[in-house]
Ligand binder design. Structure first.
Ligand SMILES: [Mg+2]
Length: 373
């Protein structure tokens, strides 16, 4: 089944409320969809969110990157997804989000063509009902406590709060109060999204010692592995790496330097579903915990991909984070739903969600493109 056409489509999706994290507030989701058509009329869809501080990519750069890589893929056999990855790497350095959207569309296309779910291409399903790591994102003590209480009553068993602000003491107090509210049976982690200096991260770690935090994600800048190691040495809980993980080498380096004990895996960072599976297998081998996450703002399409990965990976100690319920406009006919703090991997062919082209047309926006090839 030869690849005939690869089309990047920029969309701007409305969100229910802005997502606030260290260094950014996201009010609308700016994503690129990729539609791949193969001979015989079969179609597959993929998606990547823009993430300038995580992958260095914007919607404009991803549209340009997809257009640049497409000629290297057209005419290839769609089933050879590893070969497509190699062809993309040969054509363009970096741009892991654009590559991820193409890779996701190929997985959807190939699985659809054979009438099976994508997890079947990834080695099979290890779990069907997946615990969601729910993000609490108010940034205030009262707001976070209220939201945590409501989510706990709604069936959530694992939670993430955002820290990394200027007031380390307030972050630590909020963390301790949430640990107390949730108790030792539930998982609580905090994520600084690179927001702290090493000194502030160490102050935070000392201030929350003994509180029962499960892990602390990306305290400092992505390239500061030694800083991460210094912070990890002070902690009585585990350190997670997110923005600093873009390759298998990054995972190995964090493990060797004792800079992280687990990693958050996203398709946009690792260049697609194949990259996440390889990263997850390596983490599992090294005894590192795994979290799978879609990017804030990604629709039910990328969230379905995250669910298939979460279903297929060898372990998933730190749960799955999906964000499509934060959108007030999704692009599939039956959006992915979280029920009682869990989501179920779709069983239909491909990614198991049907893209609604009328919704895509509604949220589509024009991106000026300079064709380079
Ligand atoms: Mg994170």
């Amino acid at each position: 089944m030869k690849i005939e056409r690869i089309e990047p489509i920029a969309v701007s999706l409305p969100m229910k409320k802005p997502i606030v994290m260290a260094g950014a507030a996201i009010a609308r989701a700016e994503n690129v969809l990729v539609r791949i058509a193969a001979e015989g009329g079969m179609t597959g869809w993929g998606e990547a969110a823009e993430a300038p501080t995580m992958t260095g990519e914007t919607v404009e750069s991803m549209v340009a990157a997809v257009n640049l890589m497409a000629p290297a893929l057209i005419g290839r056999e769609a089933e050879d997804i590893a070969g497509a990855s190699a062809a993309m790497a040969g054509r363009m350095y970096g741009n892991s989000g654009a590559k991820a959207a193409i890779d996701m569309a190929l997985h959807d296309l190939v699985a659809r063509a054979t009438g099976r779910p994508v997890y079947g291409l990834l080695g099979g399903r290890k779990r069907a009902r997946i615990a969601i790591l729910g993000v609490i994102g108010n940034g205030t003590l009262d707001g976070d406590l209220r939201e945590a209480e409501a989510m706990k009553a709604g069936g959530f068993r694992s939670f993430k709060i955002k820290v990394g602000g200027a007031d380390v003491k307030a972050d630590a107090e909020r963390t301790r109060a949430l640990c107390e509210l949730l108790g030792p049976e539930l998982l609580l982690c905090s994520d600084a999204n690179q927001g702290y200096s090493v000194a502030n991260a160490i102050a935070y770690v000392r201030a929350v010692r003994g509180a029962g935090l499960t892990f602390f994600e990306q305290p400092v800048l992505a390239n500061d592995v030694m800083g991460m190691a210094a912070i990890a040495a002070e902690a009585d809980f585990r350190i997670g790496a997110d923005e600093s993980i873009h390759s298998l080498d990054d995972i190995r380096r964090h493990h060797e330097q004792k800079a992280a004990h687990g990693a958050s895996l996203k398709t946009i960072k690792l260049g697609g579903m194949g990259g996440v599976m390889a990263a997850g297998r390596l983490c599992h081998e090294l005894g590192m915990a795994i979290n799978v996450s879609s990017k804030a703002g990604e629709s039910s399409l990328a969230c379905a991909a995250a669910l298939h990965l979460a279903a297929a990976l060898p372990s998933l100690d730190w749960g799955l984070t999906i964000n499509s319920e934060g959108l007030s406009g999704d692009i599939v006919t039956r959006p992915i739903r979280i029920e009682r703090g869990h989501a179920t991997v779709p069983e239909g062919p491909g990614l198991g969600v049907e893209v609604d082209e009328a919704l895509v047309a509604r949220f589509r926006r024009d991106v000026p493109v300079r064709r380079v090839a």
